[in-house]
Design a protein around this ligand. Sequence first.
Ligand SMILES: NC(=O)C1=CN([C@@H]2O[C@H](COP(=O)(O)OP(=O)(O)OC[C@H]3O[C@@H](n4cnc5c(N)ncnc54)[C@H](OP(=O)(O)O)[C@@H]3O)[C@@H](O)[C@H]2O)[C@@H](O)CC1
Ligand SMILES: Nc1ncnc2c1ncn2[C@@H]1O[C@H](COP(=O)(O)OP(=O)(O)O)[C@@H](O)[C@H]1O
Ligand SMILES: [K+]
Length: 507
Amino acid sequence: MKYLLSTEQMRELDRRTIKECNLSSRILMETAGKGCADLLVREFPAQMENGILILCGNGNNGGDGAVLARWLHHYGYVVTLVNIQLGNLSSETKTNFAICQSLGIKVHKVKSEKHLGWLKEMVSMHSMVVDAIFGIGFKGELEPWLKELFFYISAFAEFKVALDIPSGLNADTGNTEMAIWVDATLCIANLKLGHIIGLGREICGKLYIVDIGIPALFYEDDDNYVRLFTEKDFFPPIRISTYHKNDYGKVYIFGGISGYTGASIMAARAALRAGCGYAFVLYRKRLMSIYSVKLTEALNQPIPENPEDNLPDERALQDILSNATAVLIGPGLGKDEFARKLLEITIKFVDLPLVIDADGLNLLAENPDLYPYLAKPNVLITPHWGEFIRLAKIEKSDLQADCLRELKAFVDKYQAQVLLKSHFSIFCNREEIWVNISGNDGLATGGSGDVLSGIITSFLAQGLSISEAAINASYLLGATAEKLAKKRATASILPSDIIDNLFIKDL
Ligand SMILES: NC(=O)C1=CN([C@@H]2O[C@H](COP(=O)(O)OP(=O)(O)OC[C@H]3O[C@@H](n4cnc5c(N)ncnc54)[C@H](OP(=O)(O)O)[C@@H]3O)[C@@H](O)[C@H]2O)[C@@H](O)CC1
Ligand SMILES: Nc1ncnc2c1ncn2[C@@H]1O[C@H](COP(=O)(O)OP(=O)(O)O)[C@@H](O)[C@H]1O
Ligand SMILES: [K+]
């Protein structure tokens, strides 16, 4: 597990290290710049052969850049150091520019559009460009000439490296209007949220951590960190050789409407591949022929109906569900009165682990009287961004601006447990926040979400908690897509391929 820090949390750790360890800000900057120099020499010597252009801002990120310039110069590399004079000049950065000058490294000072042509020429003349313009202190808007420079570097520089975080990228949200897209980012001390969420992963290139000596103990004092789920954290339900099928739990899944039956069938197959003892699909009576033909391992039975209105029979349904260990409602469910009634009965009367996905969420969004049931401790909702926008009654732009803020606000308001899905997924309840980044665009095919909800419900039936089931399943889905991508183009990965290769040992 790794932490993803907010800007404020990172600054607090810096402050504590300076105060409690009696280390000055200059020492931390020196450690950061020297660590970056050593990392570049180790990882990218070939990319530095034809000179390194180091672009520094006026803040401490620029100071890291100046220290880096000094060390690379010391190691014998050809360095061109440029100070883009924007904002207040930090005293440590000023000192480091002065040290560079005393060693014969010229500090080229630029501050406006009139230097744009020269800067572009410099970018083309060096084999590596280091971006130390803005770090976690970036805020507000970029001047138009800087946007043009950032675009030029992103498009035309041979090899680009960012110190701490690419300039223009918001370190809390991963949001940006224009940033320098780099090949590698050297994160100082720790990953920040913006390296991973939003557009961070795409913009940052390969991520490296440069240790600056913040004591590990300091991290343990804060329960509020967002956690990045990694392979080491993966902990699926345990298998015990003497266990019987009843010990691995019974997953109950509501079937879909005509044309959408495949969703619940995929969820049931995924649940079985994820290890549950039984999967049952409860289908609408008139679709019996489809379900009884298509389901092999999964059991199935019709949803009991009231003869007078043909709506689900509440009492009989409760009886059926009393046999379940975990329940899934939503994939292919439809949004008619029958589906609404199913959701209402399930969310109100089922106290077992319950996953609500897809149409279950769209129905929920249209029935705000059901929102209070989200606070039940066993309920998990798994919206993608479109479903979340409808549920939270927000605009897409709100979610793009700061998805974590919007997710936390929803969780606080409804005391809900949510897995928000996208090319990165976030699990959030009131106790913990996990981010999963496994996966690839092979999952961008209708049906991947149904597979995921089947795996989650299966993990719940096998005894994992809501948070464990959600984040482990999200990781497994993505890791399986990554494995498959070694064998076939992501364009041709199907949800059923994911199902059939879950937990596969050797592809
Ligand atoms: N002890 C520590 O703290 C350590 C910190 N470390 C390093 O420091 C970095 C954080 O440094 P930081 O706080 O000085 O902020 P930074 O990212 O350099 O940017 C601030 C400068 O940019 C300017 N500026 C901002 N937005 C702008 C805009 N839109 N358009 C134009 N200008 C804009 C802003 O202007 P101002 O607000 O002053 O007007 C100011 O001049 C961190 O990422 C890491 O690399 C490491 O060395 C380890 C120890
Ligand atoms: N480009 C991607 N990279 C990583 N994961 C992805 C990507 N696209 C989709 N996913 C994952 O695939 C799943 C898709 O779920 P969802 O949008 O509900 O699909 P559907 O409704 O079509 O079944 C989610 O778990 C999501 O995180
Ligand atoms: K930077």
